[in-house]
Design a protein. Structure first.
Ligand code: HT7
Ligand code: ZN
Length: 841
């Protein structure tokens, strides 16, 4: 496959003045007619008229009304064109019913929908399918469907047709079309500019009762973007459509967002509190793209973090404002460490702004999204809230309507704040997680903190240079008082020291408060002390986590019993009613098993998945035993009497109540869980109880009951599939997943169901890494089967193998063979070929 390089960027030699598209919908023979006005760019160096096109049957092509014969290439066509403005017309035929890859125009349950990011528009018609080509689209849809939608504002409609016009120039990846039998949940929003916007959430009949929360989240997002960023919505309508078959969470098409049904439909009976929170965040994320992504888009796909990193950062600010800032920060850091750190420390490492790719779909990664958001968070920390606001205002003012770059983005910060960001830019160009070693000394009342940074070299970045690392530090006196509130230290050199004079005793430092940079610390803090006294909620949680980790690693490598200090500290916090219940839920949560494997590997020990599993079980049981006396009362005190609401306060109560129930179940054989399952009136309670019943070895009846109750509901059944896999014992996990693939409702072409079963399985650390290699074979078998049908979802799931070099020689050899088998599959997609090649490197 061809490799595309950032350094080779050249602009397209033509501007696209306007685009008219007509769709005549038919499942296997949709006709797409395009009429596009092109004008040569006078200063263009490259005047090649190349239009992308894939899987299209060209029926006819004309220039200024005259038939032409374009030259086909392997990825589109070229054509001789005049050196003056001209009108290109083409008619193509496509086959949405056969489109199982879910890119371009496809069908889901009989409904037509599109997914064009990143390069799907070229499967709809011939076009310069690149984000720096922006144009105004008018779309006519002919089809016998009651609902016919496209981007922008409705122009006119009649029986069997509708016309839409989007006045905002946009790249083709933001194009969307939906046609089907859908019902709408409607509302309105008045913008700060006084514009009335008609909002609609279009869903399949039967799903109307699951729309209210998503609609409220949309209105909250619209208001928040006005209040916090001064950004108002800019069309008369905003449509969202829920689709069952979708490769990712959702897509921000201009004025017509398309959502995976799982990312928008919610009701208390069918959705957990976590589902509600995720839906609120995704709706906000897609809505925020209207400015960061749509009004200002990316010059090329190397700049993907320009819109994704910024939009993730914005959605995390929104969630922090709507819910709890510390809890949101903790959950973001857990995700960062679980997904981005392994990526940055393994064969798939790449900079936040990659410099080359073969298949861009493979670069919608935790690095581009989550590390991209962390980079913006650091930038805000460094320039301060006021500097950030000035820079963002300038960004929107200067680049509205542009296809911009990271250079443009950094330039507005430099101009707005006067800060030189040359060194900071390395966060965009260097791969790898910096490691920061900490040492300290105390002399004559002066405390000195010394840092040394080091980023392990990788093939993506063989010679990493020092980064600008903002380290948030506070100091506590030995009796637990804060003697220095949080200060930002800027580490810019390989090694650097910072002094704090005027102290009467050696303080206890609280370092990297709020996880102020996406780095790993090499440092042994006084965790028990910080757990008891730190004023920074993030570092207090971190202290609990460090204690848990140390205790677990002791059990795994030395067989030691769970640490009493950890048990006392966590037990104390769990019962401390002055703390937010949601926060206490996180303090209890133990590090994930693959995180422990990463820590062991980092420390030079080969991780043994079975030993990690066993140590985690021992620790859970030890905590349950330690708290046995207080658990029933704690459980009773964290039941919610009020009618269900998915808000942070109730969700926190339920989270803690369920955490307590998980411990109780280890003591009572699952009696309390059975009672909760039997009496549950919402999915959060029902699903948690079901999980603990499975763990207690008495889940069969409840699973059958759950299936009978929910077999009509696709999204709930995804939970049923996933839960059985994740709660299986390591020895049974592969067999459980395999048995589920034989279930009549295992529709493997539906990405949600495939991920619920095999994606969940690859996240079952000890099950996936079973000694006999059965987990590796199972996943490889299914990836080989899925690849010809849906390369994008297959390629994403290959990342389950990215950590393979951590494990023992026998496991590595088994994984190596499976990777080889996948690589040898006939006609393997470009997506999966690139992933497997990089993982094997
Ligand atoms: N911008 C979107 C990214 C995306 C995508 C979404 C759905 C299906 C396929 C996709 N490929 C890329 C989603 C987002 O980040 O907001
Ligand atoms: Zn996004």
């Amino acid at each position: 496959p061809q490799t595309i390089y950032l350094k080779d960027y050249t602009p397209f030699g033509y501007t696209v003045e306007e685009v008219h598209l007509t769709f005549d919908l038919a499942p296997s023979a949709t006709r797409v007619t395009s009429r596009i006005r092109f004008a040569p760019t006078p200063e263009a160096v490259d005047k090649t008229f190349f239009l992308h096109g894939e899987n299209l049957s060209l029926i006819s092509a004309k220039i200024d009304g005259e038939a032409v014969k374009p030259n086909p290439t392997d990825q589109g066509l070229t054509c001789d064109v005049p050196n003056v403005p001209f009108t290109w017309e083409a008619e193509v035929q496509i086959d949405p019913a056969a489109n199982t890859a879910l890119e371009g125009l496809y069908q889901s349950n009989g409904m037509y929908c599109t997914q064009c990011e990143a390069e799907g528009f070229r499967k709809i018609t011939y076009y310069p399918d690149r984000p720096d080509v922006m144009s105004v689209f008018t779309v006519r849809i002919n089809g016998p469907h009651p609902v016919l939608l496209s981007n922008g504002n409705p122009v006119a409609s009649g029986d069997g047709w509708a016309e839409w016009h989007d006045p905002w120039p946009k790249p083709a990846y933001l194009f969307a079309l939906v046609a089907g039998e859908l019902v709408a949940h409607r509302d309105t929003f008045e913008t700060m500019e006084g514009r009335k916007v008609d909002l609609a959430l279009h869903v399949r009949a039967g799903d109307e009762g699951k729309c209210a929360f998503g609609m409220q989240a949309l209105k909250d997002s619209m208001k928040w973007d006005e209040d916090v960023y001064g950004r108002a919505y800019d069309l008369d309508v905003f449509n969202i459509v829920a689709v069952d078959d979708f490769n990712m969470g959702a897509m921000e098409n201009k004025g017509l967002n398309i959502f995976n049904a799982s990312a928008v439909l919610a009701s208390p009976e069918t959705s957990t509190d976590s589902n509600f929170e995720r839906i609120e965040a995704i709706i906000a994320h897609e809505y925020f793209h209207n400015w960061t992504g749509n009004r200002i888009t990316c010059r090329d796909w190397f700049q993907l973090c320009l819109k994704e990193g910024l939009t993730v950062f914005r959605d995390s600010q929104f969630t922090a404002d709507m819910r709890s800032e510390p809890v949101k920060r903790i959950s973001d850091v857990i995700v960062l460490r679980a997904h981005q750190f392994p990526e940055d420390q393994g064969p798939l490492a790449h900079p936040v702004r990659p410099e080359s790719f073969q298949e861009i779909n493979n670069f919608y990664t935790a690095t581009v999204y989550e590390k991209g958001a962390e980079v913006i968070r650091m930038l805000k920390t460094l320039v301060g809230d006021a500097g950030y606001k000035t820079a963002l205002d300038l960004y929107f003012e200067r680049h509205d309507g542009d296809a911009a770059t990271i250079e443009d983005w950094l330039a507005v910060f430099e101009e707005a704040t006067g800060r030189d960001l040359t060194q900071f830019k390395r966060w965009y160009s260097q791969a790898g997680t910096p490691r920061v070693a900490v040492s300290d000394s105390f002399e004559d009342g002066t405390y000195t903190l010394s840092f040394a940074q080091h980023t392990p070299p990788s093939s993506a970045t063989p010679d990493p240079q020092a980064q600008v690392i903002p380290i948030a530090v506070g100091l506590l006196s030995p009796d637990g008082d804060e003697v220095m509130p949080t200060q930002i230290l800027e580490l810019t050199q390989d090694s650097q020291s910072f002094s704090f004079p005027g102290l009467s005793a050696k303080p206890v430092p609280s370092i990297l408060r709020g996880c102020s940079a996406p780095v790993e610390l090499e440092h042994t803090p006084d965790n028990a002390f910080l757990l008891a006294h730190d004023t920074d909620p993030f570092n207090r949680w971190e202290a609990a986590r460090n204690l848990a980790k140390a205790s677990l690693l002791g059990t795994i490598t030395g067989g030691t019993a769970p640490d009493g200090g950890w048990l006392d500290g966590v037990a104390g916090l769990l019962s401390d009613d002055t703390l937010d219940p949601a926060y206490r839920g996180y303090v209890f949560a133990m590090p994930g098993q693959s995180q422990l494997a990463a820590d062991l590997h980092q420390a030079g020990t080969t991780p043994d998945p079975d030993a990690i599993w066993a140590a985690s079980e021992v620790h859970r049981k030890a905590l349950a035993d330690r708290m046995a006396d207080v658990l029933p009362d704690l459980y009773a005190r964290h039941q919610v009497d009020a009618p269900y609401a998915p808000d942070a306060a109730q969700a926190g109560q339920r989270a803690l109540g369920n955490t307590v129930l998980s411990l109780l179940s280890l003591l009572d054989g699952g009696d309390a869980a059975q009672a909760q399952f039997d009496g549950a009136t919402n999915m959060t309670q029902q699903l948690a109880a079901l999980a603990y019943l499975i763990r207690a070895g008495r889940g069969d009846a409840a699973l059958a009951q759950f299936e009978a109750q929910w077999k009509h509901d696709r999204l709930v059944m995804d939970k049923w599939f996933g839960l059985q896999v994740i709660e299986a014992d390591p020895d049974d996990a592969a067999d459980t997943a395999k048995a589920l693939t034989l279930h009549p409702d295992f529709n493997w072409k539906n990405p949600n169901r495939f991920r619920a079963t095999l994606g969940t399985f690859s996240g079952h650390h000890a099950g996936f890494h079973a000694k006999d290699g059965s987990g590796y074979t199972l996943l490889a078998d299914w990836l080989i089967k899925l690849d010809p049908v849906n390369p994008q979802t297959t390629a994403r799931m290959c990342s389950a193998f990215q950590t393979w070099r951590r494990y023992d020689a026998i496991r590595q050899s088994m994984i190596g063979k499976e990777l080889e088998r996948i690589a040898a599959a006939p006609n393997l997609s470009r997506d999966t070929t690139e992933m497997i090649t990089r993982i094997r490197e």
